[in-house]
Design a protein around this ligand. Structure first.
Ligand code: KIV
Ligand code: ZN
Length: 497
């Protein structure tokens, strides 16, 4: 088994996404999380692009000791000077320099020709080697670069001192077969290829970034460039969690990574929260539904043997357990599983009876929760499970006014009231609710979905909160999304209480 190096570019390619910008403190927090996860290389930014990027690389370099810190440049001497300065404090450092090599980039971006591009690439690599021993070269738009020419570029930059050669499918145009063949072509046709590590860097414009990356690895690449949750330009980059788990599970790909997979879910949520970018519920590995089983046949199979419908043990990616969602398609096995979880043992006759009632309820109510189950079997747990309810909510907001919310909650039958401000009506309502429950609650996820596009649509709100290391989920739907948001938060808090 050979080692596959994991190069994370969440802080560079991921952070380029509009709305995902992080401040230095947030970048340090994420860099530390990546180091703990044992990422080999952390690409932290493009230092010449802004003083903020420069400063973040300086500060991250001071605190990260195990992972290599990488800074991006164009094949321009001033970029490389600035990158070398930014990396001054890094224990392990890499400069990532490069230039576009496709005919379209050469003609339109650089108004140049192939020979001149090779010269510029070689010059940049040699210049970068004056500052650091570890220089990675990227051939931008390699996905659309003719293989013979690409091989000449790669041979020249390795001769100039590049230690890693990055073959980006910048536009996400390649198919897995084509990308795999490209890597194979380089392995077979670049005479000095054994002196450098080949890296993949795939974008997801056609939804094939993970497949292309794996095709690259199968054909000889030994570094993968990825982002957490796949965030990145346009449709994003290759997602770290998918590649790492594919390598972990598919023993027929003869490589291993050093990634601590148990950190995957935690870091996915961290990126989602810091970058305010929700993870789609059905996202592979890290989506909320990635380990949720809803059809009766699947539920029964999973309850008999998890591996019937799960190829990954949720614990391996830091998820406590799979979810058996109760819907109208669930069978008796799922229902029995939930009663057992609630410490209620039913005879087979009682289970049949409960199942009939459950099906009637599931036809009219989408989410069957623990309280519904208790009501079905005649146990009244209302006083325990519904200790907290939203009784009243009023918000004042609008242009040029400070958003304020007044909230009344019923906690243990007692009405308590609070008024708070916030940066918007939902924030104000959340602040008021949180002030009443006296618990340290961290909002991990907040997602509003609408079903149609009309302004009169029902908003579905999903909330995930963290309290003492545990995650609690709450949901509500309402045409008034502020009320739905407050109800979803209260539903999640009720689970703690
Ligand atoms: O997609 C790309 O080509 C890049 C390079 C700058 C490495 O992000
Ligand atoms: Zn990219």
């Amino acid at each position: 088994m050979e080692k596959l190096f994991v190069f994370d570019t969440t802080l560079r390619d991921g952070e380029q996404v509009p709305g995902c910008q992080l401040n230095t403190i947030e970048k340090i927090e994420l860099a530390k999380a990546l180091e703990i996860m044992r990422v080999d290389v952390i690409e932290c930014g493009f230092p010449v692009s802004s003083p903020g990027d420069f400063n973040s690389i300086v500060e991250i370099s001071k605190v990260i000791k195990d992972s290599t810190i990488c800074a991006l440049t164009r094949a321009v001497e001033n970029d490389i000077d600035v990158a070398a300065d930014a990396l001054h404090f890094a224990k392990r450092k890499r400069i990532h320099t490069g230039i576009g090599t496709s005919d379209s980039h050469i003609k339109y971006k650089f108004q140049s020709n192939r020979e001149e591009i090779i010269e510029r690439a070689v010059k940049a690599v040699k210049y970068a080697r004056r500052f650091v021993d570890d220089v990675e070269f990227y051939a931008e738009d390699a996905g659309r670069t003719e293989n013979e020419y690409l091989a000449r570029v790669i041979e020249a930059v390795i001769a100039a001192g590049a230690t890693v050669v990055n073959i980006p499918d910048t536009t996400g145009y390649c198919t897995p077969y084509e990308y795999g063949e490209k890597i194979k072509f380089l392995v077979n046709n670049v005479p000095n290829i054994d002196r450098a590590v080949i890296s993949t860097h795939c974008h997801n414009d056609l939804g094939m970034a993970t497949a292309n990356t794996l095709a690259g690895v199968i054909n000889g690449a030994r570094q993968v460039e990825v982002t957490i949750n796949g965030i990145g330009e346009r449709a994003g980059n290759t997602t770290m969690e998918e590649v790492v788990m594919a390598i972990e599970r598919r023993k027929d790909i003869p490589v291993y990574t050093d990634i601590d997979t148990k950190m995957i879910m935690k870091n996915s949520r961290l990126v989602s929260t810091l970058m305010r970018m929700p993870v789609q519920p059905n996202k592979a590995i890290v989506g909320r539904n990635a380990f949720a089983h809803s059809s009766g046949i699947h539920q029964d199979g999973v309850l008999k043997n998890r591996e019937s419908y799960e190829i990954i043990d949720p614990a391996d990616v830091g998820v406590n357990e799979s979810t058996i969602a109760l819907t109208a398609r669930s069978g008796r096995a799922a229902l029995k599983h939930h009663y057992t979880r609630l410490n209620i043992e039913l005879s087979s006759e009682e289970l049949d009876h409960a199942y009939e009632k459950f099906l009637r309820l599931a036809d009219v109510k989408k989410d069957i929760n623990d309280d519904d189950l208790l009501v079905i079997v005649g146990v009244n747990r209302t006083s325990q499970s519904q200790r907290i309810k939203l009784k009243f909510l009023q918000v004042v907001c609008g242009k040029s006014s400070v958003p304020m919310a007044t909230v009344k909650l019923i906690i243990d039958g007692e009405v308590v009231t609070a008024t708070s401000s916030g940066n918007g009506p939902i924030d104000a309502a959340f602040n008021a609710i949180k002030s009443l429950v006296h618990r340290k609650i961290v909002l991990e996820e907040f997602l509003v979905q609408t079903i149609t596009k009309g302004a009169d649509d029902v908003g579905k709100v999903h909330v995930q909160i963290e309290n003492r290391g545990n995650l609690y989920y709450g949901f509500s739907a309402n045409t008034d999304i502020i009320t739905a948001s407050a109800e979803a938060l209260v539903a999640a808090i009720s689970k703690i209480i």
